[in-house]
Design a protein. Structure first.
Length: 339
């Protein structure tokens, strides 16, 4: 995993610090709990909201791991862990900030990655893994298929949040009575095979695989629109486009381990934004140029958390192996109440 910033530095200080994105991976034999929290604002307090959400999500699973033996139970506990994350944001959790803590709006993607009982596998002697997660906001998860060598999106939806962030879910005081926004909250369960790699990415990372930020002219995608401000591309198109661009990038690399994916995606954002970062670093009084053809890429905080399907053994694990193989159960069609 890797978290960094592509913003320029001025006077030996990076703009928009500190990082407002926090991740964790809790490892046990045949099971991982993975989470990524991203505050919707910047500054020290925003960082502590992300820390509070991330820690509470992981702490919940530390207590309840042994209760999870089916995919349906995993989804239920993802919802309950998200409730714990929201409550921690509202109280500040156990974080200690040098300034007065005020709850900040925060996105969260987290879940459980577990081996499926061999009796449930569709192909004999084929080891199958399942990622069950909840997504609140516009963080995304992807799947690198090791054998076929292509990327697909786990968190794909028919519609997507807009660039202003007005239509996606958020933990924290997003609505009246300090309740979270659940506008596009979804639980996902996604199967994969041994040696496949899954990865969670913050918004800036995946946006840098979209045509607008890659420096493509809008006229290539809409003959009637002369600027990207006038051009709307639907989410299904963008999802496929991002996956294809990630596939093209990773097919050029030797991808054998999660860190290969992490490094490739982060380096892509760093390299893509170099021109605009240099411009603003050496000309700090200039405004950010809006010409993405001339100055491609979106600068921002970038996080990639990658993990691989396969047995993972942690020393001194409190869990026995017989707790850790999950049975597949069809997810319920009705939505669970979040609060």
């Amino acid at each position: 995993a890797w978290a960094t910033s592509t913003f320029p530095r001025t006077n030996d200080k990076r703009l928009v610090d500190p990082l407002n994105q926090v991740f964790s991976i809790q490892i046990n034999p045949n099971r991982m709990t993975v989470s990524l929290a991203c505050s919707c604002t910047s500054g020290e307090i925003a960082k502590y909201s992300s820390i509070s959400a991330n820690n509470a999500f992981q702490d919940y699973f530390t207590i309840h791991q042994t209760e999870i033996d089916t995919t349906q139970k995993a989804a239920y506990h993802c919802i309950k862990a998200s409730q714990a994350a929201h409550n921690a944001i509202m109280t500040g959790g156990n974080t200690k900030s040098s300034v007065k803590y005020v709850p900040q709006l925060t996105m969260l993607l987290g879940g459980v990655f577990m081996k499926i009982d061999s009796d449930e596998s569709s192909v004999a002697d084929q080891e199958t893994w399942e990622f069950v997660c909840i997504n609140i906001g516009n963080i995304k998860a992807y799947h690198w298929h090791a054998q076929a060598k292509y990327v697909s999106e786990i968190t794909a939806q028919k519609s997507a949040p807009n660039d202003q962030g007005e239509s996606f879910g958020k933990l924290g005081p997003a609505c009246s009575n300090d309740t979270p926004s659940l506008l596009n909250v979804n639980c996902f369960h996604y199967p994969c095979d041994r040696d496949d790699i899954l990865f969670l990415v913050s918004p800036t990372v995946y946006r840098n695989f979209e045509p607008k930020y890659l420096g493509k002219p809008s006229t290539e995608f809409s003959t009637n629109k002369s600027t990207w401000k006038e051009t709307h591309l639907d989410e299904s198109f963008l999802s496929d486009y991002r996956c294809q661009q990630m596939t093209n990038l990773l097919q050029k690399k030797e991808v054998f381990a999660p860190h290969h994916v992490t490094q490739a995606l982060i380096n892509h954002s760093v390299d893509l934004t170099k021109k605009v970062r240099d411009l603003l670093q050496y000309n700090p009084k200039k405004n950010h140029p809006k010409d993405f053809v001339e100055y491609p890429g979106e600068m921002g905080h970038c996080t990639v958390v990658s993990f691989k399907a396969g047995k993972v053994v942690a020393d001194n694990s409190p869990l026995r192996d017989d707790y850790l193989v999950m049975k597949f159960e069809k997810m319920p069609t009705s939505k669970n109440s979040f609060m």
